[in-house]
Design a binder for this molecule. Structure first.
Ligand SMILES: Nc1ncnc2c1ncn2[C@@H]1O[C@H](COP(=O)(O)OP(=O)(O)OP(=O)(O)O)[C@@H](O)[C@H]1O
Length: 314
């Protein structure tokens, strides 16, 4: 079967003036066509790096050291710039956290949308579909004249205009207040479902995940440590980190906040983690957890990276 997205053992460093930060330390994730998958984990676990890598949108300071990313079976690594632009245009859509910052501040909305795609009539339809009820006024506006929620709806309209196969939504509602947040997420998921677009939702908001995504992947220290059906992962987590995450109050982990239920901080890696990156915070860690990298283990339809998964320690 050809996957919509296939990220394999991806290793990405950011090269800074005086050091390297390992953002992805062998991350793997697959998605089927039309699937909605949540990628969750504390700040710094590597979610945005993985999401950007899915469109080869990493910044110049990023060094993709090994691994591969394929979209609909096409590996992105060796593609020409022209081809990657075409893949982005035809198959991928991106929605980012800062809705106003993602738009060009110097240009009216109608003009930016026209440059990106199509004619005025279809732009009006697209704005109506994202439930902006005065599309003509929105088209005449500059980004700073829109509320955050309106700007994010414009961003969603632009991202979905070409009916992409995969939408990467990186904390799309983090900057919005809670009521607008639910409405915007409802709009994204409804439109994506209608178009058969798969969604990779990068988020801290577990309540949004449990209502909207059939599958979730949990990241820690630049790897996906547990991946499976959302309801099962949350109700009977197999990785001790997922268990801590599930115990945290749903929706209460704001961006940048760390989980209160586990002492210690997430690691900032500078090279490959020697063992399990969670070992330093894990109540069940033993020597091999600190010294040997766990390999993916399939358990009950889930993939888990934990040496002690067979013992049911979580
Ligand atoms: N442009 C960059 N330059 C240097 N380091 C970076 C850059 N972007 C991310 N990092 C580092 O890479 C690691 C992974 O960051 P990433 O943003 O992918 O995680 P995240 O899970 O998306 O976090 P958040 O939820 O805060 O967005 C972190 O240690 C982060 O500080």
């Amino acid at each position: 079967m050809t996957h919509l997205l296939d990220v394999r053992d991806l290793v990405v460093d950011y090269v800074l003036a005086d050091r390297r930060v390992r953002a992805l330390d062998g991350a793997s994730l697959t998605m089927a066509s039309g699937e909605s998958v949540a990628l969750v984990g504390e700040s710094g676990s590597g979610k945005s790096t993985l999401g950007s890598a899915a469109g080869r949108l990493l910044p110049p300071s990023a060094d993709l050291r090994s691994g591969d990313i394929a979209v609909l079976g096409e590996s992105l690594a060796g593609l020409s710039n022209a081809r990657i632009r075409q893949v982005r245009r035809e198959r991928l859509g991106f929605v980012f956290q800062d809705p106003i910052g993602a738009l060009d501040p110097t240009m009216r909305i109608g003009r930016q949308m026209r440059l990106a795609q199509g004619d005025r009539g279809s732009i009006r339809d697209q704005l109506e579909r994202v439930r902006l009820n005065d599309p003509e006024r929105v088209m005449r506006a500059f980004p700073h004249q829109l509320s955050g929620g309106m700007a994010q709806r414009v961003g969603i309209a632009m991202a979905l205009s070409a009916r992409p196969r995969l939408l990467v939504a990186d904390e799309p509602t983090a900057a919005l207040d809670s009521q607008v947040r639910q409405d915007v997420l409802d709009t994204v998921f409804a439109l994506a479902a209608e178009a058969g677009t798969g969604i990779l939702l990068l988020t801290h908001d577990l309540s949004a995940v449990s209502r909207r995504c059939s599958r979730m992947a949990v990241m820690y220290g630049g790897r996906v440590v547990e991946d499976g059906p959302t309801a099962e992962v949350l109700s009977s987590p197999l990785h001790p980190y997922t268990a801590a995450l599930a115990r945290s109050v749903p929706g209460n982990t704001a961006r940048g906040e760390r989980l209160e239920s586990i002492p210690g901080r997430p690691p900032v890696l500078t090279s490959e983690s020697a063992g399990c990156a969670f070992a330093a915070r894990c109540a069940f860690a033993e020597d091999r957890c600190r010294n040997e990298r766990p390999v993916p283990t399939r358990v009950d339809g889930r993939t888990v990276l934990c040496h002690r998964v067979a013992e049911g320690v979580s």
